[in-house]
Design a protein around this ligand. Structure first.
Ligand code: 5GP
Ligand code: ZN
Length: 110
């Protein structure tokens, strides 16, 4: 755990969040500022700065996150987004995937 990390504090229960699903290595919770009718975040319980570091160091947690994404989408079509780096909008530096569903999505993304 990184003592200064917002999402580590959510994993630890120190900051409240609406948990939707969990497994051994990952949790899914509602984004506090949703941009779609369904907008969840899936994150590893362990701290990695971004999805690249997670992939290199702990592929089991990455698979666990993807399993939760599939579960919480509940059969809907969904879009999954990993912002990796401040230059593309990453604002929380604990790896996370956005699971978005329930409306139309433009392609290519804006
Ligand atoms: P990023 O911009 O890093 O890809 O995504 C970070 C996401 O975390 C944003 O969509 C933001 O709304 C969400 N977020 C930031 N702080 C909190 C919080 O305290 N609780 C929850 N549930 N989501 C948060
Ligand atoms: Zn963290």
């Amino acid at each position: 755990m990184d003592a200064h990390c917002l999402f580590c504090k959510i994993v630890a229960g120190e900051i409240p969040a609406t948990l939707v699903a969990t497994n051994e290595l990952a949790i899914a919770f509602n984004d506090i500022s949703p941009v779609a009718p369904t907008h969840l975040l899936v994150i590893p319980k362990a701290h990695y700065e971004n999805v690249g570091e997670l992939t290199r160091e702990d592929s089991a947690s990455l698979v666990a996150m993807l399993a939760l994404a599939e579960q919480v989408a509940a059969g809907q079509d969904f879009r999954m987004v990993f912002n990796s780096g401040a230059g593309v909008g990453q604002s929380v530096f604990h790896a996370h995937g956005h699971v978005l569903a329930g409306r139309d999505f433009a392609w290519p993304p804006g």
